[in-house]
Design a protein around this ligand. Structure first.
Ligand code: SF4
Length: 175
C-alpha cells in the first residue's frame, strides 16, 4: 500500500467528466493540461479510465441524463480518491440553476472535496485545486493505511504467539 501511495503522490491521474456544462470550464481544464499551464509537470495524466484514476474532475450542473453515469464513474474510481467540482454550476447550478433538466449541484449525488469557483474557472484555480487534492489524497491514503498496519501488527503478534505455543509443545513432547 505504501509503495503505491508514493507513486500516487508523484503522479495522480485524473478523470474528467462533463455532467452537462456549457464546455466553458472544460476548455479551461484542457488549457490547464496544455503546454502553457502544464499541469502535467505535477505528473498529472488525463486518463479515460475510472479504474486508474485518483482525481475526479467534474464540470456542469449535473443533468438528469448525466447523474447516473456520474455516480457510476465515482463508484468505479478506487479509494483513495478526490472529487473536484469545477465551476459555479457544478457547485450549485450556476446559470442553469432552477432549469427543468438540472439537479442544481453535484453534492446531492457524490461527496466533493474541492470546489473551484468561477464561470468559467481559470486554469490557475484548477491547478491550485489539483495541488490541494494531492494533500487530501495523502491524508486519505494514510487513513486507509492505518487499519492495514493495525491488522499487520495483530497478525505478527498472533504469529509469534502461535510459534511460541508450537515451540513449547515440541519441548514438552521431547521431555
Ligand atoms: S461554470 Fe460557467 S463556464 Fe463553467 S460550465 Fe458552468 S456555465 Fe459554463
Amino acid at each position: 500500500m505504501k509503495f503505491f501511495n508514493a507513486f500516487r503522490k508523484k503522479s495522480p491521474w485524473i478523470l474528467h467528466y462533463n455532467a452537462g456544462s456549457c464546455n466553458g470550464c472544460d476548455i479551461e481544464i484542457l488549457a490547464a493540461l496544455g503546454p502553457r499551464y502544464d499541469l502535467e509537470r505535477f505528473g498529472v495524466i488525463n486518463t479515460g479510465n475510472p479504474k486508474q484514476s485518483d482525481i475526479f474532475l467534474v464540470t456542469g450542473p449535473v443533468t438528469y441524463r448525466s447523474r447516473e453515469r456520474l455516480v457510476e464513474l465515482y463508484c468505479q474510481i478506487p479509494e483513495p480518491k478526490v472529487v473536484i467540482a469545477v465551476g459555479s454550476c457544478t457547485a450549485a447550478g450556476g446559470v442553469f440553476r432552477g432549469m427543468y433538466n438540472v439537479e442544481d449541484g453535484i453534492d446531492r449525488y457524490i461527496p466533493v472535496d474541492v470546489y473551484v469557483p468561477g464561470c468559467a474557472s481559470s486554469p490557475q484555480l484548477i491547478i491550485d485545486a489539483v495541488v490541494e487534492s494531492l494533500q487530501i489524497l495523502e491524508r486519505k491514503s494514510k487513513a486507509i493505511e492505518t487499519p492495514f498496519k493495525l491488522f499487520g501488527a495483530v497478525e505478527t503478534v498472533a504469529g509469534k504467539l502461535s510459534r511460541l505455543g508450537m515451540a513449547k509443545k515440541v519441548t514438552d513432547a521431547e521431555d
